[in-house]
Design a protein around this ligand. Structure first.
Ligand code: KIV
Ligand code: ZN
Length: 513
């Protein structure tokens, strides 16, 4: 019988620690709901003590996301553990995840302690956490560079103190698969009470081996793998959840393990995280990259047409990826559109359906063919959660090779006011965003947000392709993301900017549901 392996998702904690990947509360809740749908076993919702915002989001996830364990990270300190417990105590299945470094370099230079002091602190803090919560995970930070006798000793101590899971992180991505698998085997053979706890692994990708190391550890007997959607995380990231899940599924003949993952939710999870963080996957990213199922060369196309298994070891449908087929046109009705969305796995409420259908009609008027990818892009661009303070009413640009670009933008506020401004800029998009700045600057927030990132890409091929704009803005020390999609890239840029501004105004309490 196959062994069931747990997936511990840390997208909202380690993933969010990656530069430029911060998420707002609303986005974190949406990601957590999607992770629950995906079927992960544990969601590490954040690091409660890190900031009031982190605490708030861990608590909100613990209170609302059901059917999955919710963990908060805590250093091995009473105040961290208290804060983690306070944030997660209302969860259906709370878990405190506490950690302390165990490698000589961390002990000497970072902690400035002796190994005995580290041992005492770890054991004491696990006992303390266990008095609060029945489920406690202890991580030996930098385990892969720790001395084995000390690692065995501390693992035995924390398990005796009540740790239910012991995590072996390859914190700096230094391990090699054979070696890391052997480490797990050694731990199983040398820690006398190891059968009282689940062995977990947490691998970073500095040398591109995070997934391989995690799988080698699972093969050697680890019962939990920690991972992130799209492989986000500190530096080069963590082991990618979608790669772990699809390896275990596609090569179940070799691994003989199962997970709780509904693989058909993988694509949605990847898009959801990309939308929340504003960070897209590289096109050739395994499993969820844009090109992961694209067959470009004639020989491959020919083979795939004769029999898909010639070049496809997994199907796009198995991860919930819509095939890029032409499906709907400008004569398609609202009902057909709704049914099509449902077939693509998206059930939307009445209000969002109306907004999407209006966008679809606009698009069908401009584009000859509307593909599933186009519809996915519309879904990403039409806000599904936030009441919008500002909507684009109209814009006019004046631009060319020998004149300064000018843009006139008119926005409509949720209270009914129309505001119009003109601005110049370095090209039509810059001019349009400057015009938006002049409207909101003068209006609500007193100063314009800072543009942290802006990226444009096309959704499908051809000169009539939709453009997708992604924007990240910073305001009051926080970042907000927005996506805009249109066949007109200036419009896509304005929409993306407004979506980010609306998220910012919603979070800062300027508008209320
Ligand atoms: O990489 C690491 O060691 C961590 C621990 C806190 C689990 O993220
Ligand atoms: Zn980590």
């Amino acid at each position: 019988m196959s062994r069931r392996i747990s997936l511990f998702d840390t997208t909202l904690r380690d993933g969010e620690q990656a530069p430029g990947c911060s998420m707002n509360l609303t986005d974190k809740l949406k990601v957590a709901q999607q992770l629950a749908l995906l079927g992960v076993d544990i969601i590490e919702a954040g690091f409660a003590i890190a900031s009031p915002g982190d605490f708030q989001s861990v608590q909100a996830i613990a209170r609302t996301v059901k059917g999955v364990q919710i963990a908060s990270l805590a250093r091995a300190l009473k105040r961290d553990i208290d804060s983690a417990w306070e944030a997660i105590r209302d969860a259906e299945q709370p878990r405190i995840h506490t950690f302390l470094a165990t490698s000589p370099i961390h002990i000497e230079y970072k902690l400035k302690k002796t190994p005995d002091e580290v041992y005492e602190q770890a054991v004491e803090m696990v006992k303390y956490a266990r008095n609060l919560c029945g489920d406690v995970e202890f991580s030996c930070e930098d385990a892969s560079r720790s001395e084995l006798p000390f690692l065995y000793r501390i693992l035995e101590g924390v398990i005796a103190a009540g740790a239910t899971t012991v995590n072996i992180p390859d914190t700096v991505g230094y391990a090699v698969p054979e070696e890391f698998g052997a480490l797990i085997t050694n731990i199983r053979n040398n820690v006398p009470n190891i059968d009282k706890a689940v062995i977990s692994v947490h691998c970073h990708n500095d040398l591109g081996l995070a997934v391989a190391n995690s799988l080698a550890a699972a093969k050697a007997g680890a019962g939990q793998i920690e991972c992130t959607v799209n492989g986000l995380g500190e530096r080069a990231g963590n082991a990618a959840l979608e790669e772990i899940a699809m390896n275990l599924y596609t090569r179940r003949d070799y691994y003989d393990m199962t997970t709780g993952i509904d693989t058909a939710q993988i694509y949605n999870a990847s898009r959801r995280v990309a939308k929340a963080t504003g960070v897209r996957c590289q096109p050739n990213k395994a499993v969820v990259g844009e090109n992961a199922f694209a067959h470009e060369s004639g020989i491959h196309q020919h083979g795939v047409m004769a029999n898909r298994a010639t070049y496809e070891i997994m199907t796009p449908e198995s991860i919930g990826l819509p095939r890029n087929r032409m499906v709907l046109g400008k004569h398609s009705g609202r009902h057909a559109f709704e049914e099509h969305l449902a077939a693509m796995g998206h059930r939307v409420d009445e209000e969002r359906l109306n907004a999407l259908f209006a966008k679809f009609k606009e698009l069908a008027d401009k584009k000859k063919t509307v593909s599933d990818r186009d519809i996915e892009a519309l879904l990403a661009g039409v806000s599904d959660e936030l009441p919008a303070a500002w909507k684009l009413d109209r814009f006019v640009i004046n631009s060319g090779s020998s004149i300064t670009a000018t843009s006139t933008v008119r926005l409509i506020h949720s209270d009914g006011r129309l505001k119009e401004m003109v601005a110049i800029g370095d090209g039509p998009i810059d001019a349009s965003l400057n015009a938006v700045d002049r409207i909101i600057d003068a209006d609500l927030i007193g100063r314009a947000p800072e543009l942290e990132d802006f990226a444009l890409s096309t959704v499908t091929e051809g000169t009539d392709a939709q453009g997708e704009a992604r924007i990240r803005i910073g305001w009051n020390g926080r970042s907000y993301n927005g996506i805009g999609v249109s066949t007109d890239i200036v419009e896509a840029g304005i929409q993306a900017y407004l979506n980010a501004i609306n998220a910012m105004e919603y979070e800062s309490g300027t508008i209320h549901e």
